[in-house]
Design a protein around this ligand. Structure first.
Ligand code: PGA
Length: 252
């Protein structure tokens, strides 16, 4: 079945030295947990140092963004082969901050997801509605459309390598978490849409919840049938806090 994927999205936090210090504190705390996938997504500048610290552990490394091209005149960008060489097994794409602050479209997210798969990196594709869209009763339509367009170029035979993250925009960094029931409702809808697009492979795609996940609310969310992990921002910056969230995703 699906293995839960617990991922730390550090956003623009932690230098390389700070990332190493996190790894030194974090690895002993999760050494005995083997039934979940644990992923750290630091800023690009900390990837190499963190990769050295994580070598030999079961903790995987992720990029927070990628350019779909292999190389070229794209100042400030990082390509899939660069992420491969530094040791990334995953990469976040389509985070709502990138969609809102940097104007990323579903089409660009789809190109990134496809490019990552071509290089053997598992994309963590983020979708989620704004508060206004939820209040207008448009959650299902918005999330369904984002999902279809963001995964448009993923071939069905590669679908099982995807991770989808449902992150309601109103819950990100606000301390306002979706209730487990409310999150499960959208996760079930996402699973159904993935089934329409990819058939049986949909059952193998982990769907993470993200948005103010904390040690205190992780277990309730992760107990839901279609919630297969978490994408954690603020509460992943401190080793004990993220380790507690990872433990909540492990076997009871
Ligand atoms: P948060 O961020 O846990 O700080 O709400 C989650 C995310 O943006 O991935």
């Amino acid at each position: 079945m699906r293995r839960p994927v617990l991922a730390a999205n550090w956003k623009m936090h932690k230098t390389a030295r700070e990332a190493e210090a996190f790894a030194d504190a974090f690895l002993p705390r999760v050494a005995r947990i083997d039934d979940v996938e644990i992923v750290l997504a630091p800023p690009f500048t900390a990837l190499a140092a963190l990769a050295r610290r994580l070598a030999g552990s079961r903790v995987a490394l992720a990029g927070q963004n990628v350019n779909p091209e292999k190389q070229g005149a794209f100042t400030g960008e990082v390509s899939p082969p660069m992420l491969v060489e530094v040791g990334c097994a995953f990469c976040i794409v389509g985070h709502s901050e990138r969609r809102a602050l940097y104007g990323e479209s579903d089409a660009l997210v789809a190109a990134k997801a496809r490019a990552l798969l071509e290089h053997g990196i598992r994309p963590i594709v983020c979708v989620g509605e704004t508060l206004e869209q939820r209040e207008q009763g448009r959650t299902a339509a918005v999330v369904g459309a984002q999902l279809r367009a963001s995964l448009a170029s993923v071939p069905a035979e590669r679908a099982a390598e995807l991770v989808v993250a449902y992150e309601p925009v109103w819950a990100i960094g606000t301390g306002r978490t979706a209730t487990p029931e409310l999150a499960q409702e959208v996760h079930a809808l996402i699973r159904a849409r993935l089934g329409e697009q990819f058939g049986a492979a949909a059952d193998r795609i982990p769907i993470q919840y993200g948005g103010s996940v904390k040690p205190e609310n992780a277990a309730g969310l992760l107990a839901q049938k279609d919630i297969d992990g978490a994408l954690v921002g603020g509460a992943s910056l401190e080793a004990e806090s993220f380790a507690r969230i990872v433990r909540a995703g492990g076997a009871p």
